[in-house]
Design a protein around this ligand. Structure first.
Ligand code: BGC
Length: 459
């Protein structure tokens, strides 16, 4: 099939993504309630140089300029998240009309520019009021989330067609509740297990609320992925890789939704930490999403070990270039993950909802020459298009991120944007990668003179 048929504008979404707490700033403005990331980042010792999302990229005020930027770049879609506590300051109950109106105006403006909104309901910013009631460990969180979804679909559902309930529930559970380097900063394996299960229940409540109001809406979720390869061909190492995939990647959340059970490779180890009686919820969780959003950045190799509860340890793989996050650049891993997700579930559609890289960027003479990032994007997009040609129903690709932003515990030390943000002046500069990506988006196909480098798809 010629490239033209694979990725023509109109049938394929070329977009970029952001998340509310990372770009908006003004976390308490206009009646908004606090969220766990606000409290976490204001807690001494949690983030790089004690940085917070108080100002971030000031998207809360500069969104008209940012929409204009996307339009001028030629992007046809924008994935962003809603901040729950902006809309419901206490997480439930009374709606804050000023919070809702921010997103309402943003959606109108995107549509006026021909940019399709892809809305995520939860990108990690649990309202503080709900956190104090147990947050993701309180079984009632499913109802709270369902009610929130009903409010936002009631307000935006006449214009928004694509919804993601949760972003990377794995990270919320693992980093927020087990490792503790993300909000709410817990280190409790039982809180981790409960948060996995109740995020799934919340996803279903949100899915049902959106579908009840807008049966034609397409509702999915975005999941974390890192390609995992076994360090050797031995049986124990292959089993270790399966456990690592179950834990880090789509299976922990998609196996329940599609197959009605936790991943067999993982469940025996996860079971002690899940809520008592979780098995009774499994039939109600078995509702396949309309699409899955794949977030992908890097890949790694593992071997079997008995030294930790999951029974795998990362080992050196073949040499690969590294990003500023020290993540190994393995575009073939994106092809691997896309193929795996399709073979395991056969969902109607797949989107790459995040893919990108952090590098050391500098503005020189009004430009940012980020050749590494452009090369990263080219090789990963080539992997996506190859998977699509081979039959994976990929319908869109979103670069992470539109703007440099608050990179969670790393603060502003990591720049993922295709648009550079000077955090002193809030001035935006489209990076070379953004110019290249914009050309691709406008054409719908890789520009003739800049062939995408095909990754070596193998093991
Ligand atoms: C998250 C983003 C984050 C990105 C880069 C993803 O896990 O969804 O919020 O900025 O990775 O670390």
């Amino acid at each position: 099939m010629p490239e033209q048929d694979v990725a023509t504008n109109g049938r394929f979404y070329w977009g970029s993504a952001t998340a509310a707490y990372q770009v908006e700033g003004s976390p308490l403005a206009d009646g908004a309630g606090s969220c766990v990331w606000h409290e976490f980042s204001h807690t001494p010792g949690t983030t790089y140089h004690a940085q917070t999302g108080d100002i971030a990229a000031d998207h809360y005020h500069k969104w008209p300029e940012d929409v204009e930027l996307m339009k001028n770049m030629g992007l046809n879609s924008y994935r962003f998240s809603l901040r729950w506590a902006r809309i419901l300051p206490d997480g439930t109950g009374v709606v804050n009309p000023r919070g809702l109106s921010f997103y309402d105006r943003l959606v109108d403006s995107l549509l006026a520019c021909g940019i399709e909104p892809f809305v995520t309901l939860f990108h990690w910013d649990m309202p503080s009021a709900l956190f104090r009631m147990g947050g993701w460990s309180n079984p009632d969180v499913a109802d709270w989330f369902g009610d929130y979804a009903a409010v936002v679909v009631g307000a935006l559902g006449d214009r928004v067609r694509y919804w993601m309930t949760l972003n990377e529930p794995y990270v919320v559970s693992a980093e927020g509740h087990l490792v503790g380097n993300h909000a709410p900063g817990m280190r409790n394996i039982y809180q981790m297990g409960h948060s996995v299960h109740h995020q799934l229940r919340a996803h279903i409540a949100g899915y049902r609320a959106i579908k009840a109001a807008r049966p034609g809406a397409r509702v999915g979720l975005a999941v974390h992925n890192a390609a995992v390869w076994p360090g050797t061909g031995s049986g124990p190492d292959i089993a270790a890789a399966e456990r690592a995939e179950g834990w880090h990647n789509f299976p922990m959340f998609l196996d329940p939704l599609v197959h009605g059970r936790y991943p067999p490779a993982l469940e025996p180890r996860l079971r002690p930490f899940l809520p008592v009686g979780y098995e009774n919820d499994m039939p109600a969780l078995q509702v396949p999403p309309d699409f899955v959003g794949i977030n992908y950045y890097h890949g790694y190799y593992v071997r079997d070990t008995s030294d930790n509860w999951l029974g795998f340890v990362e080992v050196d793989g073949p040499e690969a270039p590294r990003t500023k996050m020290n993540w190994a650049v393995r575009p073939e891993g994106l092809h691997r993950v896309l193929t795996q997700v399709h073979e395991r579930y056969h969902l109607p559609a797949v989107f790459i909802t995040e893919n990108g890289a952090s590098y050391e960027d500098r503005v020189v003479g009004g430009a940012v020459h980020d050749a590494d990032r452009t090369a990263y994007l080219k090789s990963h997009i080539a992997a996506v298009l190859q998977a699509k040609r081979e039959g994976v129903p990929v319908e869109g690709y979103f670069v992470w991120a539109l703007l440099d932003n608050f990179e969670w515990a790393h603060g502003y030390s990591q720049r993922f944007g295709i648009v550079y943000v000077d955090f002193e002046t809030q001035e935006r500069t489209v990076k070379d990668s953004g110019r290249w990506y914009g050309e691709l988006a406008r054409a719908g196909v890789p520009p003739q003179d800049q062939e995408l480098s095909a990754p070596s798809i193998g093991s």
